[in-house]
Ligand binder design. Structure first.
Ligand code: ADP
Ligand code: MG
Length: 591
């Protein structure tokens, strides 16, 4: 391995330089926050240095005159050191906070652009830690530990200066011992890396458990899952505890090891130093000053292993941050995208195949041409691939074979923004944001007028319900719209889509939670509003499907039948005909 390769493979080196863009806007203050460590650390040495004249003149020489100012100077230096320390801590928090903010912002920008498939495979806990907490560990955590580290190093350099000033012979012994004592610190990262990674996995799960307890609170109550939750949680806590203890076990020997090596150093220094005094090579003042400097140098070393562990944890967090930032975008946009103003012809699926996991095709060779002004209904058994098919249009996922075209242009040639601006989607289970009804509906068209909002509410069959509310459209609906009924939530989502007024409309079981009467009204509004649009509607109530211009039966990933209601009913033993007959001849058919 060449040196260059070595440097490149060294994560610390690579990441260290890559933090620069985040540091750049605040570099003078960042530099100052580190430079301030020099006087803070360096002033340690002054105290030790003054002890030489003090000992020689006062203790040995019994002379009170010369060094009267020494106690005052010591107090003075300590005061200055204290003030600098305050400044250092303040600057450190400021710079750490700014860096954390910048990194978090970049991570969040990445997060909102990530493709849905990413979220299919991650837990909410992992997202929370990797996009939020890691930024803190990587920046603020690193900086405050770096400050301790630098202060210690500056203090060490100054103290070594004091050692050398007093006796170079003793210094050689002391520095040799120092190097032996700190040598194992270089191994810390290797020792903790795998454990830190396991510990993170556990922390992801802990966070996920909190989220599930929040979002699933009713299921937990309804199925008496409290005991199960508690047991799972306790198991996680045990794992976390064991991992923290394991990290301690792997690193806690560092401190006593250093202590031991250092005691040898002190013993040697005292023995050798006494001999040097007797020989007359050094004065007693040199010896006292040397020993003080040595003690000041060695004492913090015993704790430096903790700092080293924290610094390495921060470096590991930086590695995780950059692993996310370096992650290539899966939904690639072309360098030069084609504009998509209005949809004039329609949406066409050409030989589309798709699989979520390699080798398991969920859609096979789908060909479907839907013209503007046409409403196509997708029907078929659950799990057949209907939702998957429509989720390919706004590029929640990209097709693996074939292509989807709008007006003859592959949808991957448009910018994601333009493409999605032209599509309105209503899902079966819609996400509503924490806020009011109006705020949620306006997401479809932020600059809509009150009349437009009222019209959308009317069309979505919500107007009567809104009238019963004290605050009307300004009514707060809670996180995820929890204060609304399933049908009301769905209608808010439909109103949002109506307001967006996009040329392509996707309704994936969008009216499944409505009662028959509302569904009929909403369906009529849909029929009216969808006149010049390209509409994909998935519904399992075949009565609503009958209005569609054409019906596509999706069966286990294949487009099995395609035609009008009458055409499909005419196929003997046809899938649609069977589905239809089953729904309408069933003795207790709720829908
Ligand atoms: N995000 C996903 N990751 C992996 N597999 C999925 C995902 N979503 C759906 N599937 C699978 O794809 C198949 C088709 O699902 P879907 O399109 O939701 O069917 P439908 O809407 O017709 O009921 C099912 O077998 C389902 O398990
Ligand atoms: Mg579905």
């Amino acid at each position: 391995m060449s040196i260059k390769q070595k440097l490149q493979s060294n994560q610390f080196y690579v990441n260290y330089s890559r933090m620069w863009p985040f540091v750049k806007p605040i570099w003078p203050i960042a530099l100052l926050s580190l430079l301030i460590c020099i006087p803070v650390g360096g002033l340690d040495a002054a105290i030790a240095l003054f002890l030489k004249p003090y000992t020689d003149v006062v203790v040995v020489g019994k002379n009170m005159e010369a060094p009267w100012f020494i106690p005052i100077l010591i107090v003075g230096f300590t005061t200055v050191q204290g003030l600098l320390n305050f400044g250092g801590t303040y600057l450190n928090a400021w710079v750490g906070g700014k860096l954390t903010m910048a990194v978090r912002r970049r991570l969040y920008e990445k997060l909102v652009d990530i493709e849905p498939a990413y979220f299919d495979k991650k837990t909410s806990g992992e997202i929370l830690i990797r996009f939020n907490q890691d930024a803190q560990a990587a920046c603020s955590g690193l900086l405050s530990n770096l400050k301790s580290f630098l202060t210690r190093i500056c203090s060490s350099v100054a103290l070594v200066g004091v050692l050398l000033y007093n006796s170079w012979q003793l210094s050689i012994v002391a520095i040799f011992i120092l190097v032996v004592a700190v040598a194992p610190l270089t191994k810390v990262k290797k020792l903790i890396k795998s454990l830190v990674s396991k510990n993170n996995q556990c922390m992801y799960q802990v966070n996920t458990t909190y989220n599930e307890t929040f979002a699933g609170n009713r299921t937990i109550a309804a199925y008496n899952l409290q005991e199960r939750q508690k047991q799972n949680f306790n198991r996680l806590l045990d794992d976390v505890f064991n991992l923290v203890i394991a990290i301690t076990r792997r690193t806690a020997w560092l401190s006593p090891f250093m202590h031991f090596v250092i005691s040898i150093g002190l013993g040697l220094a005292i023995a050798y130093g006494s001999w040097l005094i007797v020989q007359g090579t050094i004065t007693p003042g040199n010896f006292v000053s040397f020993l003080t400097a040595l003690l000041m140098l060695y004492t913090p070393l015993k704790n430096i292993s903790n700092v080293a562990v924290h610094v390495q944890q921060s470096f590991l967090a930086i590695e995780r941050v950059f692993a996310i930032l370096d992650r290539p975008d899966v939904l690639v946009e072309k360098e030069e995208t084609k504009p998509l103003g209005a949809v004039l012809q329609g949406v066409k699926f050409e030989n589309v195949s798709f699989s979520y996991t390699k080798g398991v095709e969920v859609l096979r060779n789908i060909n479907l041409d839907v013209k503007v002004g046409e409403m196509i209904a997708l029907v078929g058994n659950s799990g057949g691939g209907k939702s998957t098919l429509v989720s390919l249009i706004p590029r929640f996922y990209d097709v693996q074979k074939g292509s989807i075209k709008i007006d003859g242009v592959d949808i991957r040639d448009f910018s994601l923004h333009d493409l999605r601006q032209n599509i309105a989607v209503v899902f079966q289970d819609n996400f509503l944001f924490d806020g009011t009804i109006k705020e949620n509906i306006l997401l479809g068209k932020p600059d809509a007028t009150d009349e437009e909002v009222a019209q959308a509410l009317e069309s979505a069959c919500l107007a009567d319900f809104i009238k019963t509310l004290d605050k009307g459209v300004e009514t707060y609906i809670g996180e995820r719209g929890i204060l609304l009924s399933g049908g009301q939530k769905q209608r808010v989502a439909i109103a949002r889509a109506f307001l967006k007024n996009a040329p392509i409309v996707i309704l994936d079981e969008a009216t499944s939670a409505l009662d028959n009467k509302s569904e009929e009204i909403v369906q009529r509004a849909i029929d009216n509003l969808m006149k010049d649009k390209t509409v994909f509607v998935i519904a399992h109530r075949l009565s609503t499907v009958k209005n569609a211009n054409r019906i596509a039966v999706i069966n286990e990933g294949d487009l099995a039948e395609l035609g009008t209601h009458e055409e499909l009913m005419a196929i003997p033993n046809g899938l649609y005909r069977t589905l239809y007959n089953m729904q309408f001849s069933a003795p207790v058919s709720a829908d």
